[in-house]
Design a protein around this ligand. Structure first.
Ligand SMILES: [Zn+2]
Ligand SMILES: [Zn+2]
Length: 138
């Protein structure tokens, strides 16, 4: 579940944290369920997001599918967490020979564009502009 632990701000669920947090490597198709240890199957996550994905995935496995997890339970998790749990379930049940190119990137898939370093910088700049407009430090 956790391959290594380092401090960072890149989290696949929250896109970018404001401060450095402990980052864990998660295998979208869990290694314990046959998932390969390749870059296309690894994402960085903060501990909260990591715990949430495994939490929901346990419920999905127990219920034998995401749709069988009652909505009041599902709605407690953010869209990205639900998406990663759904991808894990898909991989566990389908056992694909090759992972789809966007397998580890449901956030950008949902937004309809890749979230690149440029996007991050733009978002950071927007955030700074907003803070400056509100009279905060630049
Ligand atoms: Zn994990
Ligand atoms: Zn996070």
């Amino acid at each position: 579940m956790t391959a290594r632990r380092a401090m960072g701000r890149d989290c696949a669920v929250h896109v970018s944290h404001r401060h450095h947090v402990p980052i864990e490597i998660h295998h979208v198709w869990p290694k314990g369920s046959g998932g390969p240890d390749i870059p296309a199957n690894r994402i960085p996550l903060c501990a909260n997001a990591h715990g949430a994905i495994h939490d929901l995935l346990r419920q999905v496995v127990r219920a034998n599918g995401l749709k069988n997890v009652p909505w009041p339970h599902r709605r407690l998790y953010g869209l990205a967490v639900v998406e990663y749990a759904a991808r894990a379930w898909w991989a566990i049940t389908e056992r694909p020979e090759q992972l789809p190119a966007d397998f580890t990137d449901p956030v950008s898939a949902r937004l309809g564009r890749p979230h690149s370093q440029d996007d991050r910088n733009r978002r950071k700049q927007q955030w700074r502009d907003k803070r400056r407009a509100n009279g905060g430090p630049a």
